[in-house]
Structures are given as C-alpha cells and as structure tokens.
Write a protein that binds this ligand. Sequence first.
Ligand SMILES: CCCCCCCCCC(=O)SCCNC(=O)CCNC(=O)[C@H](O)C(C)(C)COP(=O)(O)OP(=O)(O)OC[C@H]1O[C@@H](n2cnc3c(N)ncnc32)[C@H](O)[C@@H]1OP(=O)(O)O
Length: 248
Amino acid sequence: MAQSLGRLFTLLSFRKTHLSRQCVQVLSGTTLKRTLMMRAVPILSPKPRDFSLPNPSWGEEMMRLYNYYSSQSEVETEGEEEQGSQWTRLPSYNRSLKYAIGGVYLSKIIQSKARLFTRNIKHPGAGFEYVVFFTKDKQRCVCIFQAGHLLEGPPGHVHGGAIATIIDTVTGTHASLLCAPVVTANLNINYRSPIPLGSTVLIESTLDEQEGKKTFISCKITSTDGSKLHTEATALFVSVSVSHLLRG
Ligand SMILES: CCCCCCCCCC(=O)SCCNC(=O)CCNC(=O)[C@H](O)C(C)(C)COP(=O)(O)OP(=O)(O)OC[C@H]1O[C@@H](n2cnc3c(N)ncnc32)[C@H](O)[C@@H]1OP(=O)(O)O
C-alpha cells in the first residue's frame, strides 16, 4: 500500500513537473514569438494599415461624409503633384513619426517605437475612428470623427479628455502639415454641449496665424449638419527640432 502510494506520488510529481515545464516552454515560446512578431511587424511589414480608410465599424453617417469628402479629394502620395481637388485625405498610421517630423529621415526602428495614442485601440469602433482631409492651401482641415464606447465619460457621452485628445490630434496634425515637427504649447477648450457616444461629428481646424516658431489654430466640433456646436478650442503649436521631439 505504502509502496503504491509512493509510486503514485512520484508519478504525479513527475507529471506535474513535466507539465509545468511544458507549460513554461509553450508559454515562453508563444510569448517570445509574439514579442518578436510585435517588434518585427512594424519594421518588416511593407504596407502598414492606413487607419483613415473605412472599416466595418463605421456607421452610416461616417460613411456618408467619408464618401462626400472623398468624392472631392485624392490621397496624398509622396512626390506627386495634387490635381486641383478641393480636399486631400491624409493617410493615418499607428506609428506617427514619419508624418510628425516633416520628412526628415529616421531609421525604421526609431519610427516603430513611436506609437500614436489614438490609433492604438485595437478593436475597430471601440475608440477613436476618424479621418482627416485638408485643403490644398493647408489653411483648413476637416475631420470626421466617430466616438466609440471606450471613450465614455458622462453616461452615454464622450469624456472631456477624449474630446481634448481628438482636438489635439486634429489641430496637431494640421500644424504638422504646415511646419513639422511641432509640439502643443497651449490648448484652450470650451465644452458647449455633450457629444453622444457612438455619434459622428465634424471637427474643423482653421489656421489663424503663423508667427516665427508659433502656429495658432482654432477648432470647433459640430454635429454633422452644423446645427449644434459641441466644442470650441484654440491651440498654439511651437516648432521644435527633431531631437527635441524625440527626447521629449
Ligand atoms: C501626423 C502626426 C500627428 C500628430 C498629432 C498629435 C499631436 C499631439 C501633439 C502633442 O500632444 S505634443 C505633447 C504635449 N506638449 C508638450 O509636451 C510640450 C512640452 N513643452 C515644451 O516642449 C516647451 O515648453 C515648448 C517647446 C512648447 C516651448 O519651449 P520654449 O518656451 O523653450 O520655446 P521657445 O522659447 O522657442 O518659444 C517659442 C515661442 O513660443 C512661446 N511659447 C512657448 N510656450 C508657450 C505657451 N505655453 N503659451 C504661450 N506661448 C508660449 C514663447 O514665448 C516664444 O514666443 P516668442 O517667439 O514670441 O518669444
């Protein structure tokens, strides 16, 4: 009896040790592979995902406006002249540096380290769904924004910090188009009426003034028919060197 119990115990502890070793191997193998893939994908992937293109989470109003502005626009392509259209759609990636530094060459490894907050909520439709178009003279940008459920603040409405984020992103994108690299030096926001969660709104960004290193931009968020003012803001961006941008 004692011998049988002893054998059973030895067998169980062997299996436990063996199994846990296997688990550790499987886990560390998976974790290692996942880590390597996460590191490798942005560097090796020939075509990163353009988040400004429609995905199945986009509602009817988001699609209607996207089609409207797209019908008057073309995508910015490197080294090619724009062809007299009113709006240009700005591609948007979750690695921001290429666009934030105004064409200065940085290694892909450095670029891959800089993730753009608004483009890093993986589940489509859960966070910030948006697309930015700009005019040929770059004096104006318009952003179609659909706010997902993770951005909730007051019940059923968008959090003020999420609104500040999208305003900073749109005006920051606008300032970057004009004179990258820039950082936000000042952002003033008046919240006039709450934005319903899941709704689509229009964000308009207008260049007010450029003076030396300073770019002044104003911005408003309205319902898509323009009848309701949700938010007004003004922002100051200051031009900085690439090294200032990277060291923070
Ligand atoms: C496609 C890519 C899309 C990217 C979109 C995302 C955009 C997101 C942008 C951000 O959120 S950036 C992160 C938040 N911002 C920061 O962390 C900035 C931190 N602050 C700084 O780095 C420095 O304070 C700053 C560069 C803004 C100013 O530094 P300095 O004051 O040393 O700069 P400088 O002396 O060159 O000042 C230039 C002018 O700006 C003025 N200035 C600077 N800060 C100011 C301020 N806060 N308010 C008013 N004026 C300001 C300053 O007085 C001066 O005016 P004058 O030329 O007339 O003398």
